[in-house]
Design a protein around this ligand. Structure first.
Ligand SMILES: NC(=O)c1ccc[n+]([C@@H]2O[C@H](COP(=O)([O-])OP(=O)(O)OC[C@H]3O[C@@H](n4cnc5c(N)ncnc54)[C@H](OP(=O)(O)O)[C@@H]3O)[C@@H](O)[C@H]2O)c1
Length: 241
């Protein structure tokens, strides 16, 4: 029987690439995002009889509870939905924006895991997504580093709390996805993304499929748990002086 994998954030970017990849590996995938039209479009793009989608926000606990009850047994949960972000150095950070960033990405993740748990197979897995900002020490990303650091720190503890359910995390570098539309004006987007290439040892930024490939590995490999895997083209590495 095919595995049922729910991807919260699966209607675009890294989540949609993951849904396509896992569907191709034979999973029945359910993609979740807030926008119903995007959900419909993503399901059509994934194709096949096993693909379905639902519209819900990971911050709406009542909707998540109802949704997971309706979906029934789940083998794997993947959470790729981003937070609202909180740009700037800590000295200038808008602390309401920081609260909102934690509320969306971190607490939203916690709501999703709590809502899914009663339906998640004991031999199943949870895969979550942080960001390279947690490990890169890049001035101007204090809020992103804090939120994504919290996601990464949670991973090994959650792996022990929920064992034998496996819990892993992927930490992406810069990836060409819609995420950037919220933080950069369209006219500057290509230039901003290009500006990261020089600081990336592999000489390019990431594609959603680069990250989806590793998420699929974490879902598939029954001996991996409590790990945080950086998939960033080496961007976190700094030459020694
Ligand atoms: N792109 C990058 O450069 C980059 C770098 C490092 C880390 N990351 C992390 O990688 C993850 C995936 O990012 P991405 O680049 O794939 O983003 P994306 O292309 O913007 O896709 C985000 C997906 O999440 C859904 N979503 C957003 N808020 C949601 C919510 N509250 N509840 C449910 N679904 C929600 C979106 O659909 P709706 O908008 O319709 O809800 C969409 O399906 C995020 O955690 C992000 O922080 C990304």
């Amino acid at each position: 029987m095919s595995q049922h994998t729910v991807i919260v954030g699966g209607t675009a970017g890294i989540g949609l690439a993951t849904a396509r990849r896992l569907a191709a590996e034979g999973h029945r995938v359910t993609v979740i995002g807030r926008d119903a039209d995007r959900v419909k479009q993503a399901v059509a793009e994934i194709g096949g009889e096993g693909a379905q989608g639902r519209a819900a926000s990971m911050t709406d606990r009542a909707a998540l509870n109802a949704l997971f009850s309706e979906l029934g047994p789940v083998d794997n949960l993947v959470v790729t939905a981003p937070g609202t972000g909180a740009p700037g150095t800590l000295a200038e950070l808008d602390l309401e924006a920081l609260d909102e960033a934690f509320h969306t990405k971190f607490t939203g993740l916690a709501h999703t895991v709590q809502a899914a748990l009663p339906h998640l197979a004991k031999q199943g897995s949870i895969t979550i997504v942080s960001a390279a900002s947690a490990q890169c020490a890049l001035p101007g990303t204090a809020g992103l580093a804090a939120v994504n650091g919290a996601v990464e720190t949670l991973t090994p503890t959650l792996a022990l709390e929920l064992a034998p359910i496996r819990v892993n995390c992927v930490s992406p570098g810069v990836v060409d996805s819609d995420w950037w539309n919220r933080v950069v004006p369209a006219a500057q987007r290509a230039a901003v993304l290009d500006s990261f290439v020089a600081a990336t040892p592999v000489g390019r930024i990431g594609k959603p499929d680069d990250i989806a490939d590793v998420i699929a590995l974490l879902v598939r490999n029954g001996y991996l748990t409590g790990t945080v895997i950086p998939v960033d083209g080496g961007a976190r590495l700094k030459p020694q002086a």
